[in-house]
Design a protein around this ligand. Structure first.
Ligand code: ADP
Ligand code: MG
Length: 474
């Protein structure tokens, strides 16, 4: 899987020169993030971290990931409509995980009242690594699917141009011309626009629900600007604003500051720290409303690690996607080994297996955003402590994916330039819109490659571990 720039990596002068070009090109192209010191102002910004060189990605696996995305869209949508499945799958989890329990309570409450929402919009990102088998052949293995606040669809559309220029500077213009164009944010905006249109109120706005701390605003602005270009009004609000100024009318239409809201696009609300009592109330108000939530709470629950684990059980995919044997086969081919730690003999066996051989596995709680998983010795210690307690059911166990590392430079503001041994994670963005029972849009709309040094087991770009990258197909 080696990229054709091993030669360049050893030429220190060329690398330093290229890095300077790369950083300026990134700033010019808009690969931007606000700073840690001033996360809510754009007076001082910096470049979002990225690799100096594009990373090699096997073409066949890249194509496989695109080819299965519409299947994953259908699957997530099917799960979100299957109360019996969600109830059964999450039953053990909600006994021990307060956050999921709370989301689940809102889900049930909204169903009991009856859904006011009739148009559904899903934006997800399915993430993969390239597992290196014993014979050295890489295989596409899904890490997880993100069904809420999947980010970097904007910034990633700008990295190919930057990497193209770097390659040219390094005398590789032929290779530069082979980098693929990529613009997920455009596809995401098309989905939002479609949902907005089907909602059917031309004066209504799209509301981005955003966090208190907004370092990654430029990524969101990419999607926002695509909507403004289509003459769709966008407002940005926090849970706190919704609590203070949001309201529903008799038909459960959602109003913010007197404006009707057609679509709520969550870039917030996926981790416990996003919620205090008021924010939970705001979430409930949004979920009860007629507005198109992206995602609705059922779809958020469909993205939990526990659901992912249940999907790997024999027969589950077939039941969720009846009559779609080919889609089921494409989906299943991407699954790594996933194991339940539910109370019982089977769970006991799995826990014992992981304690004996911790380096083969990853222990995952029901959390998002990176930095929550446990590996190696820490995995063993934690599992040993909770092996006889129901607490263990708040986790799932997964086979550890072992990709072949490659050398690259990770460019980060205020950090020295040094070569690192790296591995990459490929994400494919999916968008779908459903009106009642009818799917009116179902697409794969672009990709994201993130790369990190191998010494970090975990963590995304926002967590300060991974950096943006561009695939170079080999
Ligand atoms: P999160 O919801 O926090 O993003 P993930 O399941 O994506 O949780 O895990 C976070 C990171 O941990 C991934 O980006 C990847 O680097 C690493 N990781 C997760 N699962 C595995 C696995 N099975 N094998 C190897 N690394 C993994
Ligand atoms: Mg992840």
């Amino acid at each position: 899987m080696a990229a054709p720039w091993e030669d360049v990596l050893r030429d220190e002068t060329a690398v330093q020169d290229a890095a300077r070009v790369a950083v300026d090109a990134a700033l010019l192209a808009g690969v931007l993030m606000r700073t840690e010191g001033e996360p809510n102002a754009s007076d001082v910004v910096n470049y979002a971290p990225f690799t100096l060189l594009p990373s090699a990605v096997p073409r066949a696996l890249f194509e496989q990931a695109y080819a299965v995305q519409q299947d994953f869209n259908l699957l997530v949508d099917a799960i979100s409509q299957n109360k019996e499945f969600l109830e059964r799958t999450l039953a053990s989890t909600i006994k021990v995980d307060d956050f999921i329990a709370r989301l689940f309570r809102i889900y049930m409450q909204v169903l009991e009242e009856g859904l006011a929402q009739s148009v559904f919009l899903g934006i997800n990102r399915s993430d993969y690594m390239f597992d290196c088998g014993v014979d050295g052949t890489p295989a596409l293995k899904q890490i997880e699917i993100n069904t809420i606040a999947a980010s970097f669809g904007g910034l990633t559309s700008r990295t190919a141009a930057v990497h193209g220029q770097v390659l040219k500077v390094l005398g590789k213009s032929k290779e530069a011309s082979r980098l693929l164009p990529n613009n997920p944010s455009k596809g995401l905006a098309l989905g939002i626009a479609k949902a907005w249109e089907l909602y059917g109120s031309p004066s209504a706005v799209v509301m981005f629900l955003v966090e208190e701390v907004q370092r990654n605003i430029f990524d969101q602005r990419c999607v926002e600007n695509e909507l403004w270009n289509r003459n769709i009004r966008v407002i940005r609000r926090r849970f706190r604003d919704v609590f203070e100024k949001g309201s529903l009318d008799d038909a459960r239409r959602l109003y913010m500051d007197g404006q009707e809201v057609a679509v709520v696009y969550y870039r917030e609300g996926y981790v416990p720290k996003n919620y205090d009592q008021q924010n939970w109330e705001a979430r409930l108000l949004l979920e009860r409303s007629r507005a198109v939530k992206c995602p609705d709470i059922a779809t958020q629950l469909a993205g939990t690690k526990k659901v992912q684990q249940e999907l790997s059980q024999p027969g589950t995919l077939e039941r969720l996607l009846p009559g779609r044997a080919e889609a089921v086969a494409r989906i299943r081919a991407t699954f790594a080994g996933l194991y339940s730690l539910d109370v019982g003999e089977e769970g006991d066996k799995i826990a014992a297996m992981a304690i004996t051989d911790p380096d083969r596995f990853v222990l995952k709680p029901q959390r998002e955003g990176g930095g929550n998983n446990l590996y190696g010795e820490e995995l063993r210690q934690v599992l040993e402590k909770i092996r006889d307690s129901p607490e263990r059911t708040s986790y799932i166990l997964m086979d550890k994916i072992k990709p072949q590392p490659a050398m690259n430079y990770l460019l980060r503001a205020h950090s020295p330039l040094q070569v690192s041994e790296c591995i990459s994670e490929l994400g494919i963005f999916g968008v779908y819109v459903r009106q009642g029972k009818e799917m009116v849009m179902n697409e794969a709309t672009g990709h994201l490659l993130r790369t990190k040094a191998i010494e970090h087991a975990d963590g995304g770009v926002a967590a300060g571990v991974a950096v943006l990258d561009t695939p170079y197909l080999v």
